[in-house]
Design a protein around this ligand. Structure first.
Ligand code: 3NM
Ligand code: MG
Length: 531
């Protein structure tokens, strides 16, 4: 039997000038171990055997001193020569069965897997652990075969959890572009209750760090702490918390959620399209929030520190929009402040689909809000299985083919996959956190005849999630924002002086202001809207 190993923070070395620079590899490895690295792999794709054995011997003595196992990438001969803990082999290296014959049963053999097929094959061949990658594109390894994203990682983990005992128990790490800014999200979004990741394999975020020990320490701390935006134990179908949170409690929390926004006046930071800026800012004010319309991503760290919420609206994307959005989502994620993604028209053109893909890879979105076709596009890009089957099921129910049950199913599955809250807007809005799913009615047909109504719901959601961060229930905060929006539209549309979309706009702003006051004062009209 190979020894039991702590895979949690796995350093893979790199001796190139671009990553190691002029530093001594032995020094970097010892600093990394002092910072908390639990396992080391010596990886050098170009060195000659003699020199490799010299370096490996030196690393082995450093690792032995600290009781940390050393593996060698690819080079079975080097591992045998120095008698270290084992090897890591890729798909283009020696196969695992032959490697096992050479190394015997007591050495660790790790195998790279980029698909469920490769994972199955490695498990059957007797691998001791799997290195799943490439998660994110990385300059460290230019010739990577497939970029899996967190979704691809999750698919492989889910597959393993459904297979034999051996599959189920094999330790897994992931690799490729993992660093301090994304590791918590990778752990959070890839989390599969019956098959959590055992560790993260990292090259440049350790080896190329200015202070190797401090960076390792920081990575280790981040691995052990829930991400700042995970307010409560993550809702899963298995958690007690989600079973006990009742609809009644959620409904009862709506007036308080609305009042809290009024009292706190949270910032609603809009990176939104120019068509709706003015209207969205007015909606924010009428809702009780403070709007900031800024598309400059460099401002985001300062704004995120003000405990507001951000909405990224893909409406009028320019070539520089994406980099600003990525700066902003990174800053808000780091601060634990909520981010709403409004993927306007994301399925319309190839550039928009590419942008959506990049945004999903770049950060965590507490809420994704869109209309039916937008949410279907996000679900497809996110790799939610079975979307076509759900759509076919509901063919007779409108243009895009989803009846209410079908919508609820798509929204629930997407939220479960992204581990966030998803809102699908329509005549009835459907909202879910992957466990609890609600339909919220209300609204008015004039909402569909003015510009910016959908976009300004994103504005409201940013304010409601920011204002209600203290409660830890993002779904309840989202439902409260949607309910206020719907009540205000309904009341506005019913006003005597409102004769069409033009007169509806000012009435709607009035009613956001007035309905908010009435609900806080005890008006319970919203109660009939949530189901
Ligand atoms: N293997 P960094 S990606 C060594 O996908 C390696 O199998 C990969 O480097 C795989 O942490 C990779 O600097 C490089 O992104 C990871
Ligand atoms: Mg290899």
């Amino acid at each position: 039997m190979a020894p039991v190993v702590d895979y949690s923070l796995y350093l893979v070395t790199d001796s190139t000038a671009a990553i190691l620079g002029q530093r001594d590899l032995g020094y970097v490895v010892s600093e990394a171990i002092l910072g908390g690295v639990t396992l080391v792999q010596y990886r050098d794709k170009t060195i000659d055997s003699g020199a490799a054995i010299e370096v490996a011997k030196k690393l082995l003595s450093i690792c032995n001193e600290h009781g940390v196992p050393l593996l060698i990438n690819d080079r079975i001969d080097v591992a045998l020569a120095i008698d270290c803990a084992g090897v890591h082999i890729g798909q283009d290296d020696m196969d695992v069965v032959t490697a096992r014959k050479l190394l015997g049963p007591n050495k660790i053999i790790g195998v790279t897997a980029s698909s469920v097929e490769e994972a199955d094959k490695a498990v059957r061949g007797g691998a001791d652990y799997l290195g799943i990658g490439t998660i994110f594109a990385t300059p460290t390894k230019a010739n990577t075969k497939s970029i899996l994203g967190v979704h691809g990682l999750r698919d492989i983990l889910a597959h393993l959890s459904e297979q034999s005992e051996t599959h189920h128990h094999i330790p897994t790490v992931c690799i490729g572009g993992i660093n301090a800014s994304n590791l918590q999200r990778v752990l959070y979004q890839s989390f599969t209750p019956s098959k959590p990741l055992d560790g993260l394999a990292i090259v440049s975020a350790i080896v190329a760090a200015p202070d190797v020990r401090e960076s390792s320490r920081q990575l280790r701390r981040l691995i052990r702490t829930p991400p700042p935006w995970a307010l409560l134990p993550i809702p899963t179908e298995h958690s007690e918390w989600s079973k006990t949170a009742s609809t009644q409690a959620l409904l009862d929390s709506i007036p308080l959620a609305i009042r809290t926004v009024t009292e706190k006046k949270p910032i609603s930071h809009n990176m939104t399209n120019f068509v709706v800026q003015n209207f969205a800012a007015n909606v924010a004010l009428s809702t009780g929030a403070s709007p900031i319309m800024s598309t400059n991503g460099h401002e985001a760290p300062d704004l995120a520190a003000l405990a507001g919420g951000l909405v990224i609206n893909m409406g009028t994307a320019t070539p520089t929009s994406l980099e600003n959005w990525i700066l902003a989502v990174t800053a808000y994620n780091a601060a634990g402040a909520p981010v709403i993604l409004d993927p306007v028209g994301c399925g319309a053109t190839a550039p928009r689909r590419a942008t959506l893909r990049d945004l999903l890879a770049a950060g965590y979105y507490d809420v994704i809000k869109g209309n039916e076709s937008e949410i279907l596009t996000v679900a497809r890009v996110s790799g939610v299985a079975g979307i076509e089957a759900i759509q076919q099921h509901g063919v007779d129910s409108g243009a895009s083919g989803l009846d209410l049950d079908g919508k609820a199913e798509v929204v629930r599955r997407l939220a479960g996959r992204e581990r966030n809250v998803v809102v699908m807007t329509g005549v009835v809005d459907v909202v879910s956190d992957g466990v609890r799913t609600y339909a919220v009615s209300g609204g008015h047909e004039y909402l569909g005849m003015i510009t910016g109504s959908g976009c300004s719901l994103g504005t409201v959601l940013a304010a409601f999630l920011a204002g209600n961060r203290g409660t830890g229930d993002k779904l309840a905060a989202a439902v409260a924002g949607i309910a206020l929006f719907g009540v205000a539209a309904k009341r506005a549309g019913g006003r005597e002086e409102v004769r069409g979309p033009g007169t509806f706009v000012p009435a709607f702003l009035d009613e956001l202001f007035l309905a908010r006051k009435d609900i806080v004062a005890g008006d319970e009209v919203w109660k009939k809207m949530v189901d």
